[in-house]
Design a protein around this ligand. Sequence first.
Ligand code: SF4
Ligand code: SF4
Length: 194
Amino acid sequence: MGILDPYKGFGVTFSTMFKKPTTEQYPEEKKPTAPRFHGRHQLNRHPDGLEKCVGCELCAWACPADAIYVEGADNTEEQRYSPGERYGRVYQINYLRCILCGLCIEACPTRALTMTNDYELADDSRTDLIFTKEQLLAPLGEGMTAPPHPMFLGDSETDYYRFDPDRAGPFDASGLSGAGADAPGLDSEPEPAR
Ligand code: SF4
Ligand code: SF4
């Protein structure tokens, strides 16, 4: 240790003493997060309101914390929740375990699962921190109908992923512009938490 090192250490202390303190007025004033901040998850919908989740469980298998529980079930023509064969009948994320790493959203083949900027996940009840499918589903947007209902955007799953407003059947596509990834509902992430 050099002879000047203790004075250098006190220099840091003294320079900090005269700096203006930084006090966050949370929760009265909430600062916006970075746009790609990993917050609470969301289960997205297709533009007609059908769910994008196909109950494949890939997100659950990818999760290093074993925080996701999925039970898939078959769609029927009378009870259809997603285009194609299967849907996620039960979907839960345990926020007591989740470390918000994002591996689950990388694993999801349909972009059903994304993450919002919502970071207010504290609670004093263990049960309330296990979020159900109903809590995680994106709200119904303009032109969407709550499932179960028939496939309005085409005859097959492919029609949904190559969405063409001109082939949208009885679904009113007049409010939509563009196809594919630009169509509303495909990435219906809410505004960042403020
Ligand atoms: S963010 Fe990470 S820890 Fe949380 S559910 Fe997804 S994979 Fe699991
Ligand atoms: S969220 Fe994605 S990965 Fe998870 S079960 Fe649904 S479709 Fe599969």
